[in-house]
Design a binder for this molecule. Structure first.
Ligand code: ZN
Length: 234
C-alpha cells in the first residue's frame, strides 16, 4: 500500500519551515483516467506531493528550491490572491500557483501539467461545490497546452517504452474538451487523429473517449469500467 511520511523542508524563498509529505512507496493499478490521470492510489498523491510555505506562500513540490523568477512571481499580488482564494480547493490553489510560476518561466508544458493536477484536485472534492473551479482549471489547461504545442514544447518527456507525447497530448486534450462539454470539438479531434495513433493504450483510451463523447458525458471516466461482477468472487 501507499506509504507516506511527514517531513519538512526549508523554504528557498523565505527560510520558513514548510511541512511536506515524503512518499515512500505507492500502490498502483493499470486503470488510468481518460485524461491519462495515473491509477487511483498513485493519483491520490496529487494531494500530498505539493506544499505551500506558511511564511511566503511559495507553492512547490520541492520548496527547498526556487528559481529567480519564482521569487518574483510569489511577490506579486496576483500570486498572493491566487494562493488564498476560496473559489478553489486549497490544494488546487497550490497547483495553480505552481503552474503560474512555470508559465512565467516560459515552460508552458509544465504549466499545463500543473494546471491539470489542479483540475484533478477539484474532481476529488465535493463535485457540486467545485464544479466551476474544475471547469476553469480545464479551460486554463487547454490554453496552456495549445501554447506549449505552438512553441513545440512536448507535454510529456519522450522516453523509451512510453507513448509518443503527441499521442498523449491528443488523449489529454480530447478529455479536456469532453469534460468542458465541447463534444463536437472533442469528437473532431479524436476522429481526425485516431488512424495515426501508434500506441495501443492511447488508441484504447481514444476509442473509449468516443463512447463517452457519444453519450455527452462530462464526468471523470477511467479506461476500464470497474463492474460489480468483477468483484463477486471475493
Ligand atoms: Zn517561504
Amino acid at each position: 500500500m501507499s506509504c507516506l511520511e511527514r517531513s519538512s523542508a526549508i523554504c528557498a524563498l523565505c527560510g520558513e519551515d514548510v511541512p511536506t509529505i515524503l512518499v515512500l512507496s505507492i500502490l498502483s493499478s493499470n486503470n488510468i483516467g481518460l485524461d491519462l490521470r495515473p491509477p487511483e492510489m498513485e493519483s491520490s498523491l496529487v494531494h500530498h506531493i505539493i506544499s505551500c510555505c506558511p511564511g511566503c506562500a511559495y507553492c512547490s513540490t520541492d520548496p527547498s528550491k526556487a528559481s529567480p523568477i519564482a521569487r518574483e512571481v510569489v511577490g506579486t499580488r496576483e500570486y498572493q490572491v491566487m494562493s488564498r482564494t476560496r473559489k478553489y480547493p486549497k490544494v488546487a490553489n497550490y497547483w495553480r500557483c505552481f503552474s503560474l510560476i512555470a508559465e512565467r518561466e516560459g515552460d508552458w508544458a509544465e504549466a499545463a501539467r500543473r494546471m491539470l493536477s489542479a483540475a484533478w484536485v477539484c474532481d476529488d472534492g465535493d463535485q457540486e461545490r467545485w464544479a466551476e473551479a474544475g471547469r476553469r482549471c480545464r479551460e486554463k489547461t487547454l490554453q496552456l497546452l495549445n501554447m506549449a504545442r505552438l512553441l513545440g514544447q512536448p507535454l510529456f518527456e519522450e522516453e523509451d517504452g512510453h507513448p509518443p507525447s503527441e499521442e498523449c497530448e491528443t488523449a489529454v486534450a480530447a478529455d479536456l474538451l469532453r469534460r468542458l462539454g465541447l463534444f463536437r470539438e472533442a469528437r473532431h479531434l479524436v476522429t481526425s487523429r485516431l488512424d495515426s495513433i501508434t500506441d495501443e493504450t492511447i488508441r484504447k483510451v481514444l476509442e473509449r473517449q468516443l463512447e463517452f463523447i457519444g453519450k455527452e458525458d462530462t464526468e471523470p471516466q477511467l479506461l476500464f469500467e470497474i463492474r460489480y461482477e468483477d468483484f463477486e468472487d471475493f
